[in-house]
Write a protein that binds this ligand. Structure first.
Ligand code: G1P
Length: 299
């Protein structure tokens, strides 16, 4: 099964990232030397995807611009002989063969955002990636979406990515109950959006990566507002599961929820320590900072 398109909803207000996201889309906030959306796009490309559909709203054009060519900037970098930087700048504009934007005129929820992509996606299986979560394969090098695309090809069903969360965090996520049919792979039996703590048996939380069959659009057509008064993708998934079945796959590696300022900071530490050409020096400076009297930390 080939998955060529990814739907990336980026229309939200980004309230958790305010005030940083007041006049900059939160997907454009920088983690080390590139915006959050770059990491997400790179993961999609790794999974074999070559077409992106952004679900946007007013004020989000910086995201489309980021994936477009910028001939003036490129000419300037070329003239100055900054070839490494030129390659980095060009990378974003060559990641996808096509980038489409669909306006979500009203913010009615994640389910509604995905429904807005129905014409752009048409009748083929597709991926959905939420713009907050950066995944990294960590030690075994296998990151988010490629894992799901591989499972979707094997099972020929919709596949959603999950991770275990602490029991008192289940009310922050869509929670999946299922029967384990292979290590880390579950036949889904139940999906609930943001259940109250203590009301579900499972701690498997949906983490913003999905491979979906086009039947989801038939479900979304009549999904009513649910948790938080919003049209929830999880409610439509629940119906799709009843109709066609669905698999949940425990995702490997690290996840940074960059919509949360502390997690965003950790993502910056992680990627700078991994990618900076000066990483030893950087680490030494971080150590000094932690010991500095003005922070007054007990460690
Ligand atoms: C959304 C989904 C939820 C999922 C979460 C992952 O919720 O509705 O099922 O667990 O993303 O980040 P949100 O965080 O947008 O409220």
């Amino acid at each position: 099964m080939q998955i060529k398109k990814v739907v990336i909803p980026v229309a939200g207000w980004g309230t958790r990232s305010l005030p940083a996201s007041k006049s900059v889309p939160k997907a454009m906030l920088s983690v080390y030397d590139r915006p959050v959306i770059h990491y997400i796009a790179a993961e999609a490309v790794q999974a074999g995807i070559d077409q992106a559909v952004f679900i946007t709203s007013r004020g989000k054009s910086a995201i489309e611009d980021y994936f477009d060519y910028d001939p003036e900037l490129e000419a300037l970098l070329e003239k100055k002989g900054k070839t490494e930087m030129l390659a980095k700048v060009r990378e974003a504009s060559t990641m996808f063969t096509s980038v489409t934007s669909v306006r979500q005129r009203e913010q009615l929820g994640l389910g509604h955002a995905v429904f807005c992509a129905r014409r752009a996606v048409n009748c083929e299986p597709f991926a959905v990636m939420l713009g907050d979560d950066i995944m990294d394969g960590g030690e075994n090098g296998k990151s988010g979406l490629p894992q799901l695309v591989e499972a979707a090809s094997r099972y020929k069903k919709s596949v959603i990515g999950v991770m275990e969360v602490p029991e008192d965090h289940v009310n922050r996520y869509g929670i999946v109950e299922g029967e384990e049919i292979a290590p880390g792979e579950y036949r889904v039996t139940k999906l609930v959006e943001k259940p109250a703590v203590g009301t579900v048996k499972s701690r498997l939380a949906i983490v913003g990566r999905y491979v979906l069959m086009p039947g989801i659009f038939h479900c979304l057509e009549h999904t009513k507002a649910g948790s938080g008064g919003e049209i929830q993708l999880t409610d439509a998934l629940s119906e799709l599961n009843e109709r066609e079945g669905m698999i949940a796959v425990k995702m490997q590696g690290l996840r940074f929820d960059t919509g949360n300022p502390d997690d965003w900071m950790l993502a910056n530490l992680f990627f700078s320590l991994r990618e900076s050409p000066q990483r030893e020096k950087l680490l030494e400076q971080m150590r000094k900072l932690v010991r500095s009297k003005s922070l007054n930390l007990s460690c």
